[in-house]
Design a protein around this ligand. Sequence first.
Ligand SMILES: [Zn+2]
Length: 434
Amino acid sequence: MPDASTAVTPLALLDVVLPERDPSERWDVVVEGKSVVEVAPARDGGPDRDAERVEGRGHWLLPGFIDDHVHLREPGLEHKEGYATGTRAAAAGGITTLLEIQNNQPLMTSRHAVEQKLDQVRPKSVVNVGVYGSLVPETIGHVGEMSDLVAGYKLFLGPSTGGIDVSGEDRLRRLFSEVAETGHWLFVHAEDGPTIAAGIREHGAAGAAAWHLARSADAEIIATRNALALGEECGTRVHIFHMSTGGATALVAEARAAGRPVTGGTCPHYLYFTHEDTARMGSVLRVNPSIKTAEDRDALLEGLRTGDIDCLSSDHAPHTAEEKARPFAEAPSGIPCLDIFMPLCLTLVERGLLDIGTVIARGAATPAAVHGFRSKGRVQEGFDADLVLVDPTSRKVVRGAEHHSKAKLTPYEGMELTGWPRLTLVMGQVVHTA
Ligand SMILES: [Zn+2]
C-alpha cells in the first residue's frame, strides 16, 4: 500500500459522473490524504479550496473494485507473477484492493507464514492487499492464531492447482469449526473430488471438447451442498468462490433465503465464454471450475442482477505461456485477468447484460460488505480515496503483450472492450494513469 502521509495537496476530480446516482448530474470530488473529503454538485471553477485539479470531462468516477480472488504466486513461483507486477496489473484494471490466495508452497498454514509473506509483499504493492489463510491438514490447530492478519480462509474441496484439496469429514469439520470461532468467512473452491475423478475417467480423453463434463456441473453442485451443510452444522459463514453453474447459485440463494450466512461470487470468464469456446480455443480457456453451458452463463448473469451472487472477482491465475501451450490434458488451469478486469465488467454493461449499478455493487460495494471494509466500496465523503476515473466511451482491443502481468496469454486477445481506467487512486495516491 502506498504511504499517503506525504501527500499534502488535495486533489479535485472535476465534473465527473457518479453513475450509481443520477447519470445526468455532474460532481466535483475532492481527495485529501487518504480520504474523500467532499462530494458536491459540480460548479464553474470547481471547489473553493486549493487543490491539484483533474478535468473529469463527464467521465465516470467509480469506487475502486475489490477483487477478492487473486493468485500472485509470491513467494515461491515469482517467475509466473509477483506482487510488483500483479498489483500494477490490478491498478491498470481498476482494482484498488486485492485479496490473494497462495496456492503454491509455502502455504499460509501458520501465523509466522502469513507474517513473512506480508512483510515480503506489502512494500512492493501499489494497491491495498490482503491474504487468505490456507485450510489444509497442517493448519488444524493454527487457524485462530492468524485471524487478525488474514482476509479469511480458503479451502479447496476438490483437486486444483497446487494439489492442496482437503478430504475427510473429520478434518473438514475441525477446519470449519476453527474458522467459525474466528468469525471470518470460510471461502470455498467447491468441486467434489470423487465426482471429478469419475468424470475424468468417463470424459477426460475427449480433452477440451468435454472438459465441462469431466469437471462437471455436478462436481460443483455436490461440493457446494456439502460445504453449506458443514457450514450450517459448525456455525461457519461460507462463501462459495467462482461459481460456474446455475445449480450452485440456486443453492446459495436457497441457503440465504433460509437465513444462513452464505455468500458467493463468479468471474468474467464464466460470463464471456461457454464450453463451446473451450472446445474451440483449448488450453487458454482451461480453468477450474470448468466453463459450463450457455444456460449456466445466463443463470450467473441473472444471479448477479438479483443479488444471489454477491461478488465479481477475477480468479487471476498466471502461468507461463510455455505451460499453457502444452496439450490440453497437460496444461495447467487458470486465466490471467487483472489488467482488464474493470473493462471486462463494464463491457457487460455496454452489451446490455448488466446495468451499471449492478456492476458497481458486485465489483465494489458488496465485496466491501462481505469483507467488512466499512470505508471502502463507495464514492462518498469520509470513505477511502480508492477511486477509478473511466471514460465509458473509450474502446481498446485487448493485447496480452501490453499486460503488466507476467502472464501475457489471454483468451480475450483481440476482443474490443470499453471502459478502460484513465486514472486509478489508492488511498489518495495516483497509482495508474493512461
Ligand atoms: Zn482461484
